[in-house]
Design a binder for this molecule. Structure first.
Ligand code: 4NP
Length: 159
């Protein structure tokens, strides 16, 4: 199995991308394949750099048995385009921002929209729950948990 360096990107790196990071790592652990995954997350913005995930995201992840409380937010930087083969945007706005950053950098990394990796009609963006209710955090966690499980399982069957 080849090494997979995966970086999830959202806007603030305190809600969606730490949840995706936590769930993908969780399923890599369950499938005993952590040695083949380097998983991280970052934000396109820097407002929350150094901060813990939003407490609603921590709580929603915990409902799925995943602890993301130790993660700390950071902003994406140009070195990430060398360090990660796969940079995955949680929504189309994040993807557009990444495309602009990538345009100025020489890199072989692949940019993807999270939903393009999942065979689920009608699913385009992982919606930002920041201004929403706790139920929105639960919905995003449910979506990301299921999707990350599929991503790991597809990876294992493809290799
Ligand atoms: P995230 O959510 O991109 O999923 O981490 C957000 C968190 C904070 C802000 C926006 C989105 N904010 O504007 O501060």
């Amino acid at each position: 199995m080849t090494m997979n360096n995966i970086l999830f990107i959202c806007l603030g790196n305190i809600c969606r991308s730490p949840l995706a990071e936590g769930f993908l790592r969780h399923y890599a652990e369950l499938n005993h394949c952590t040695d083949f995954f380097n998983i991280d997350s970052a934000g396109t913005g820097n407002w929350h750099s150094g901060k813990s995930p939003d407490r609603r995201a921590i709580r929603a992840a915990a409902e799925h048995g995943v602890d993301i409380s130790a993660l700390r937010a950071r902003q994406i930087s140009s070195v990430d385009f060398d360090r990660f083969q796969h940079i995955i945007a949680l929504d189309r706005e994040n993807l557009t921002d990444l495309q602009h950053l990538k345009a100025n950098i020489s890199t072989d990394c692949r940019l993807s929209l999270f939903s393009d990796l999942i065979d689920k009609p009608g699913f385009i963006d992982v919606l930002d729950p920041w201004y929403g209710s706790y139920a929105d955090f639960q919905a995003v966690s449910q979506q990301l948990d299921r999707a990350c499980k599929v991503l790991i399982e597809n990876h294992l069957t493809d290799d």
